[in-house]
Design a protein around this ligand. Structure first.
Ligand code: GDP
Ligand code: CA
Length: 353
């Protein structure tokens, strides 16, 4: 399938002498795959010139063996920079694991995190720059000089935020224990119920330089099919970001990460359940809420399998369409991006913003 080359997105209020500004709030694998499709669409001959700014979640960041690891930033950077392991969806191509094996041989914990040899170089450079006093946003820009992802990649915040997941633990006096998000996901494979999600440090974090401007100055704001709790939810939780999205002049359109009641891949279902949110396309839309009613969305795309959710989403004040939402290849994902920009155009015309 080829994507017809026509101007993407709302153009009525945009000055024709500058590129269309698209701002995307992204997690790791789901967000990065969507961005690949968006760039594929924007690269089609005849497409309107556009600039994409990505605000990435850093709540999954973790310090390991003295190194700062930023999984979502790196997944976006490697994916768009053509350095990602396609099959795994994270980490580097042609990766080897000697350092991880050697650390395990010393009995150094944690041993469950997939720290590849090539990937390690990124964390060494990042940590060295942080130690020298550069903020994470500057470090990210420096790393992107190598990877040239084709987007402006910003961490949501330069400050440390760490998402923790509360699980049952009969050995604790309280009966519960909080784990780092990575331990819940990588070691426990999200196979025990999550009782609560605690973004440690989020309340005190400030948006990184450029984040609020990217939202306020956008022509379109997109919420990709990233995890609505620990990816997009964490970004929106940085003080000032949700408010910026709510008052942005641009239309805000999201794509459902839940298809036919399943999160496709990942662990969104477990975390939505912890928040008491229905695991459905309409449930996630309701969780984000209509901008007209205090939420963050003007428009929402659900998969064609969830056609039955469309009326419910519309009734909650959110424009909604059903289109295929499975990111099987670049063309399919580009078509999703096209549908998101078209819906943004439609809600922009209706003066939803
Ligand atoms: P993470 O940080 O690596 O977990 O990645 P994100 O938060 O950006 O995205 C993870 C979410 O992407 C998962 O929870 C899924 O719900 C969603 N997802 C993954 N693949 C697909 C797909 O093909 N289609 C849709 N609609 N959602 C997907
Ligand atoms: Ca993540």
């Amino acid at each position: 399938m080829t994507i017809p080359a026509r101007p993407p997105g709302p153009s009525s209020e945009r000055r024709a002498d500058r590129p269309l500004r698209i701002t995307v709030l992204s997690g790791g694998v789901g967000g990065a795959r969507f961005l690949q499709g968006l760039l594929h669409l924007l690269g089609q001959p005849g497409s309107t010139p556009a600039e994409v700014t990505v605000v990435a979640n850093t709540g999954d960041d973790i310090w390991l063996h003295g190194l700062k690891v930023c999984p979502d930033l790196d997944t976006v950077m490697y994916t768009l920079g053509d350095g990602i392991d396609q099959e795994r969806g994270w980490g580097r191509t042609d990766e080897t694991w000697h350092a991880k094996e050697e650390l395990a041989a010393y009995g150094v914990e944690p041993t469950w995190f997939g720290l590849g040899d090539r990937d390690l170089a990124t964390h060494l450079v990042r940590t060295r720059m942080l130690d020298a006093g550069y903020p994470l946003s500057a470090v990210t820009a420096a790393l992107c000089e190598r990877w040239r992802p084709g987007v402006r990649l910003l961490p949501m915040s330069d400050e440390r935020v760490e998402t923790h997941i509360v699980v049952d633990d009969p050995e604790e006096p309280s009966g519960r224990r909080a784990l780092h998000f990575q331990e819940y996901w990588v070691r426990l494979h999200a196979q025990v119920p999550a009782r609560a999600v605690v973004p440690v440090g989020l309340d005190a974090a400030r948006p990184a330089p450029g984040v609020l401007e990217a939202v306020e100055g956008a022509d379109v704001v997109l919420l990709p099919p990233s995890n609505p709790v620990v990816s997009v939810g964490t970004i929106l939780g940085v003080p000032g970001v949700r408010e910026a999205v709510r008052r942005a002049p641009a239309p805000v359109v999201g794509l459902s990460p839940v298809v036919a009641g399943s999160h496709v891949r990942g662990m969104a279902a477990q975390l939505l359940a912890a928040l008491g949110v229905e695991v459905s396309a309409a449930g996630v839309a309701g969780h984000y809420g209509a901008r007209a009613r205090g939420g963050v969305l003007d428009g929402w795309l659900v998969d064609t399998l969830d056609e039955g959710d469309v009326e419910r989403v519309r009734a909650s004040g959110i424009a909604c369409r059903a289109v295929p939402l499975m990111m099987t290849d670049h063309d399919a994902t580009a078509a999703m991006a096209r549908a998101a920009l078209d819906l943004a155009h439609a809600v922009g015309e209706q003066g939803h913003a």
